[in-house]
Design a protein. Sequence first.
Lengths: 234, 82
Amino acid sequence: MFLPSVALLAALLTWSLVAIPHFGHYRGPYGFVLNRVVLPERHMTNVVTATVFDYRGFDTMGEEFILFIAVTGVVLLLREQDRDESSDSEDEIGSDAVRVGGSLAVGVCLLVALWLIAFGFVTPGGGFQGGVALASSLVLVFLVASHKAWSGIASEEVLDPFEGVGAGGYVVVGLAALIGGMAFLTNLLGPGTPGTLYSGGSAPFVNWAAGTEVAAAFLILFMEFIEAYVVPLA
Amino acid sequence: MTVATLVPLQSVTLALVAAAATLVVLTRDVQRQILVNGIYGILLVILFTVFAAPDVALSMLVVSTVGYPLVVLIAIARSRNK
């Protein structure tokens, strides 16, 4: 059974590989169109973010809600109503190097994450990458400090509103265009100055909404996993 | 339209990614496999960077260094505990 499967897989792979375009020969028309129109139309210098949060912003909204629903599923499965609050176990980090280096890393990662979101439509980055980076910089608090310090940040009272506002904010920006008599998620505001934070029209708002949603979603995910699986081990 | 050709840096990175992917599969111990997978992830980040796709590189960076290892480590902690 193994050898026929390998032969079939190899045949399919070879078949698909002989038909792909040669290296550097890009065939799709949309890339060329977008490369030409993004800067004059939207004044955004990062075409990728302009595509994700403006030209196909509706698809990105769907992706955002996929994450939202996935996290809701995890929360439904793992969150317990009466989780014992007595988990103030002595989990202080013994190593000074981990504490000092890690604490410095928290600040650096936080700054990089905020830069990734804020300048996502000027330089490489954007709400999704920046959001995960933001969440991971806060997960570092759990790694370098105590569980107590972490549970100050990662509690449902703090995170759930951020996730809701992030997911809802995206839709609100879209609805604002509907109220103005335009199509859903039409870029309302003026394009601004290229290469600065004041560019991209309403796409930066959508970008920040996505960043907030992703950061909160990942933090909720890690919080539920840590509370359900890691704290019982301590 | 300019036609790009494969520069040596890109060929070297492609070879390293192929080698690292094989190593991930060949590592049998799960905890060690996460570390090897982290190296593989970083190599993919470099690959996307040398192929001029910094946005994809950033996505790969956050997924391979944060999202994936944390979930897998927690899954291992869970299964060891049983």
